[in-house]
Structures are given as structure tokens and as C-alpha cells.
Write a protein that binds this ligand. Structure first.
Ligand code: PMP
Length: 396
């Protein structure tokens, strides 16, 4: 069969973009009775609908401004609120260090566009967030791996453009970098000339223990000020308030933010004015309460998933024990293949994401990503039991 795109003059990057086979399988997840550990999305029961209804009504009652074009940098009261939040997390900054983006996903894309040429070296952990790989891959980087071990960054990279990290409760592993590892990351960035992209999508979802200082905060401490630092922090309201409004931000040195603002302007002029105004009102009214609720709900589900894995997992299966976020990462004996396991799982009405998707080089097939965000405890228990039965059968 000829590819129906053969007739069209696609760019090299356009031609390279393909939906994965896994995506096709995951379309079956809407089937009734399906227990899905696949999606890493927030529980909609946590969205504060009343606060959003009121905020939309208020901004639309005021005048037409909420429906008007606005500046590319973003809505000033929201930028001020975020700057105050960043300061409360140890990042000395002002609203001039904040650019509002269309979700943190757009932040990753803008950063890719600013730094990455074909074959630029881009350092990541393997595995890492699939969406970041998709964003950056459009700019055709050369992916290089780093591993953190006992506070040391292990890599043979000597020069790089970007070092991309999800330091807290990472997607997909749920793991968190220690202070020593964060300092080693800053050191590596200095040595290689790289800018650090600190993707903080899950940072607020901590269930227990002390916060680990942000890389952005440690970098500023070492370099003296944000304008001398080399970290671009990508924040988002998606996992704390709601993802559908698509409001996130980049916090970093003004010189870089000015460039990123120009790139954003060329891309979409600005993030939806009404959604920024509403997000500002909802964040100012109930950010802390929303975070507290989300932590409580997800902690119970994390506990249920860990209990079920402890109870049912066959010998030879290992998993992470995250202190927050939405994910547990399972390592199977090396002869098992996550993608093949998913085909059988879907027949039995449960699903997960096979680990291979999260590796820039397509390795890592004996891993699975499980999300506990959407399901009640009993369903988590039932699904994990089915998963463990299937694994045991495959190992027999
Ligand atoms: N970073 C990570 C690690 C994510 O998991 C996600 C979404 N799942 C994002 C960024 C993008 O989130 P958003 O664009 O909604 O802020």
C-alpha cells in the first residue's frame, strides 16, 4: 500500500512524525469495564468546578478584556502570582522572569526551538517523559544519556545544548533526584555549556517527606542571581488545578525569556486571555487547598497500588516506590516485552503503557508505566491482580 502522504511535500521533521502502534492500542481504552493504568491524567473529580464557574462569570462580567488579544508575556497579575509562588519555593525572581505558556508542553517546544539544531546534543535520563521527546525530536537533536548514581552524574558528554530533567516524581518512573544529584546536574550543565530544563509538572504532588530544593533555586544560589543562572523552570497548573485551560509558565533568566517570548509570539501570539485571567483568580483563591486535596486522593491510590504489587507480584518483578506524582514504574524480568504484554492485557480488559516508549533509543521493553491517578482503591487492587496473574503466566 502506498503511503497516502507520498503525494505531499512534507518537511523532513513532518515526515518523521508518526503515531506509535501503542497509541492505536490505547484507543481501545474506552471499552466498558476496561481498567486503565495507562493515562497519566488528573482525576476530574478534583477540579473545582464551582471556582471555575465563578471565575469565568466574573471575568466575563467585567468588560471585553478577557476576550481581547493580550501581551505575549502573559497576564500581569498571573505572572506576579507565579513569581510569588516561585519565590516561596526558593527561586528569587520577579514577574519579568515569568513567561506564560500554553501548558508546560508548549514551554518544552519553545525551548527546543530556541536551542536545538539538527544533531545538537540533548542530554536526558533514559527513560524520560515521552511528550518531551516528541517536542524536542521535531528539532532533530542527538539524544545522549545521563545516569545519576550516588550523587554523581554519569555520562560521557562533553558539550551539550540542553539537559532535560523531571526532578520530582518523574514521568514515567516516579523517582525524585536528591539534592546531591541536582547539584551534580548543575555542575554537568556548567561543564558542558548546557541549559537545564527543569520540568516540574508533578513537583507539588508530594505525599510525604520534605521538599527537595528546586534545581532553579540551587542554580541561583550558586550563580548569584537568576539572570546569571542557566535553568529554565517549566511549571504548570495542569496537575494542581486543571489541565484543560492549558496554562503553564517558564521561569528563567530575562535574556532567555525575551527570546522565548519572541518565539511564542510567532507561534500563537499569546496564551488564551480568558484562561489566564480565570487561572489567576482560581489560583489566588484556592491553589493551596487544591494541592492538599490532590495529594490526599493520590496518596491513597499510590498506597493501594503498592499494597497490591506487594501482595501479587511474582518473584523477579521490581517496582519504584514514589513519594508523590502519578506513576509507578515496573521492571519485569528481561525476557518479557511490555508491548506484547499490553496486547494480552487489553484482551483481559486492563492496560498500562509499555516502557519502551519512554526511551529515546527505543530500548527498555521490559518496563511498564502504571498510573494510579484515576481509579478507586478496589479497582486498582483488581487490575494489579490481573496484571500480576498475566505476568506469572508469561513467566511460567
Ligand atoms: N511534563 C511532564 C513530565 C508531563 O508528564 C506532562 C503532561 N503529562 C507535561 C510536561 C505537559 O503538561 P502540560 O502541558 O499540561 O503542562
Amino acid at each position: 500500500m502506498t503511503d497516502s502522504l507520498d503525494n505531499y511535500p512534507l518537511s523532513r521533521r513532518g515526515a518523521k512524525m508518526r503515531a506509535s502502534e501503542i497509541r492505536e492500542l490505547l484507543k481501545l481504552l474506552d471499552r466498558p469495564g476496561m481498567i486503565s493504568f495507562a493515562g497519566g491524567i488528573p482525576d476530574p473529580a478534583l477540579f473545582n468546578l464551582q471556582a471555575y464557574r465563578e471565575a469565568y462569570a466574573e471575568v466575563l462580567a467585567e468588560n471585553g478584556n478577557a476576550l481581547q488579544y493580550s501581551t505575549s508575556e502573559g497576564y500581569p497579575p498571573l505572572r506576579r502570582w507565579i513569581a510569588e509562588y516561585m519565590r516561596s519555593r526558593g527561586v528569587e525572581c520577579t514577574e519579568d522572569h515569568i513567561l506564560i505558556t500554553h501548558g508546560s508542553q508548549q514551554g518544552l517546544d519553545l525551548i527546543g526551538k530556541l536551542f536545538v539544531d539538527p544533531e545538537s546534543e540533548l542530554v536526558t535520563l533514559a527513560p524520560t517523559y515521552l511528550g518531551a521527546l516528541q517536542s524536542f525530536s521535531a528539532y532533530e537533536p542527538d539524544y545522549r544519556a545521563v545516569r545519576f548514581h550516588n550523587g554523581v552524574a554519569e555520562t560521557n558528554v562533553t558539550a551539550a545544548k540542553l539537559l532535560y530533567l523531571v526532578p520530582d516524581f518523574a514521568n514515567p518512573t516516579g523517582e525524585t533526584l536528591t539534592v546531591a544529584e541536582r547539584k551534580a546536574a548543575i555542575d554537568l550543565a556548567r561543564r558542558t555549556g548546557a541549559v537545564i530544563v527543569e520540568d516540574a509538572a508533578y513537583t507539588e504532588l508530594r505525599f510525604e517527606g520534605e521538599r527537595v530544593p528546586l534545581i532553579a533555586a540551587l542554580d541561583i544560589e550558586e550563580s548569584g542571581s537568576i539572570d546569571e543562572s542557566r535553568t529554565l523552570f517549566c511549571g504548570t497548573f495542569s496537575k494542581t488545578l486543571a489541565p484543560g485551560l492549558r496554562v503553564g509558565w517558564i521561569c528563567g533568566p530575562t535574556a532567555l525569556l525575551q527570546k522565548l517570548t519572541l518565539i511564542k509570539q510567532a507561534s500563537d501570539l499569546h496564551t488564551a486571555t480568558v484562561n489566564q485571567q480565570v487561572t489567576y483568580r482560581v489560583a489566588a483563591a484556592c491553589f493551596d487547598k487544591a494541592v492538599e486535596e490532590a495529594r490526599k486522593v493520590y496518596k491513597v491510590r499510590r498506597d493501594a497500588m503498592l499494597r497490591a504489587l506487594d501482595a501479587y507480584a511474582p518473584a523477579g518483578v521490581e517496582w519504584t516506590k514514589p513519594s508523590g506524582g502519578l506513576f509507578i514504574w515496573v521492571t519485569l524480568p528481561s525476557q518479557l516485552d511490555g508491548a506484547k504484554l499490553l496486547e494480552k492485557a487489553v484482551e483481559r480488559n486492563f492496560a498500562f503503557v509499555p516502557g519502551g516508549a519512554f526511551y529515546p533509543d527505543g530500548s527498555g521493553n521490559n518496563h511498564l508505566r502504571l498510573s494510579f491517578s484515576l481509579l478507586p482503591e478496589e479497582t486498582i487492587e483488581k487490575g494489579i491482580r490481573s496484571l500480576c496473574e498475566l505476568i506469572a503466566e508469561e513467566l511460567a
